[in-house]
Design a protein around this ligand. Structure first.
Ligand SMILES: NC(=O)c1ccc[n+]([C@@H]2O[C@H](COP(=O)([O-])OP(=O)(O)OC[C@H]3O[C@@H](n4cnc5c(N)ncnc54)[C@H](OP(=O)(O)O)[C@@H]3O)[C@@H](O)[C@H]2O)c1
Length: 258
């Protein structure tokens, strides 16, 4: 395949597509004429995605899969390995409930979160990456989170999952780079989103109230989903060919690590 020149890839697989960031990404990609395959595990997620398909009139396929159950991923992996026209790019956005004290989570919840966020991303990227390498071009973007770099109180579980996503990105980035397939991470800080609103009580209780308010952030506000999508779009496009194994932080300067 010759390297594309258009900003959005021709086709795109998005896991966890029904969340605030996913919906913004899917809407923009569909509006740009990209064929999108989007995963969800819930009826509300499917309804939200179906609405986006209808609003944009775009080419959208919704796949129902509970990524916390490894065996449910197998049909999707088999399809990616065998279909004649695999998506040209993949963005991993799925994540489960990750706030609250570690000791209050069951083993099933802890394992489920890792499957939903980390292992599904790695397994989908591996299945697709092999195919993309044969075609000579591809883009993979794993979405991490600022707590994977700078943990905050009340978010040990999510922070550990985010840190795992960072190392996974680095490991995968070396696999198919020579064949034109890049793997990068996008690391949002606190985003104006349903997820952050749902997490606010847990963060308040842990003394991290300001994280979810945005007033004390350098921008004086939270970063938006559209601002995260803008960076994902760059990494999916032809101009990012020299960027591989990187983590691009989109936190408006919230983090302090250098
Ligand atoms: N929002 C923020 O402030 C923020 C900050 C830093 C990093 N991030 C990261 O950015 C990514 C997207 O964030 P977001 O705000 O859009 O999150 P979100 O609204 O919580 O979306 C997460 C997605 O994961 C899906 N999901 C949940 N459980 C699942 C399961 N068992 N199987 C399959 N899919 C499942 C959800 O869809 P269904 O329920 O429909 O399946 C949803 O589409 C996440 O990885 C998050 O950790 C977000």
């Amino acid at each position: 395949m010759t390297a594309p020149t258009r900003v959005w890839p021709e086709s795109l697989l998005v896991s966890g597509a029904s969340g605030s960031i996913g919906a913004a990404l899917v809407e923009e990609a569909l509006s740009a004429g990209t064929r999108v395959v989007a995963t969800t595990s819930s009826e509300t997620g499917r309804a939200r995605l179906d609405t986006l398909g209808a609003i944009t009139g775009g080419d959208l396929t919704v796949v129902d899969v509970d990524l916390s159950r490894p065996q449910e991923l197998d049909p999707l992996l088999a399809d990616l390995r065998s279909r004649p026209d695999p998506p040209h790019a993949f963005v991993a956005l799925s994540s489960g409930a990750s706030g609250g004290p570690l000791e209050e989570k069951s083993y099933e919840e802890l394992a489920g979160l890792l499957h939903t966020k980390v292992w599904s991303a790695g397994l989908i990227a591996s299945a697709l990456g092999e195919r993309l390498a044969l075609s000579g071009w591809g883009r993979i973007v794993l979405v991490t989170g600022i707590t994977g770099r700078e943990p905050i109180d009340g978010y040990a579980v999510g922070a550990a999952a985010n840190a795992a996503m960072r190392t996974l990105t680095k490991s995968l980035s070396r696999r198919w780079a020579e064949a034109g397939v890049t793997v990068n991470a996008v690391c949002p800080g606190p985003v104006e989103s349903d997820r952050l609103r749902a997490l606010a009580p847990v963060l308040d209780q842990a003394g991290e109230k300001e994280v979810s308010l945005g007033r004390t952030h350098p921008l004086g506000r939270l970063v938006t989903a559209a601002e995260v999508v803008a960076v994902v779009r760059f990494l999916l496009g032809p101009s990012s060919s020299g960027v591989n194994g990187a983590e691009v932080v989109v936190d408006g300067g919230f983090g302090r690590a250098v």
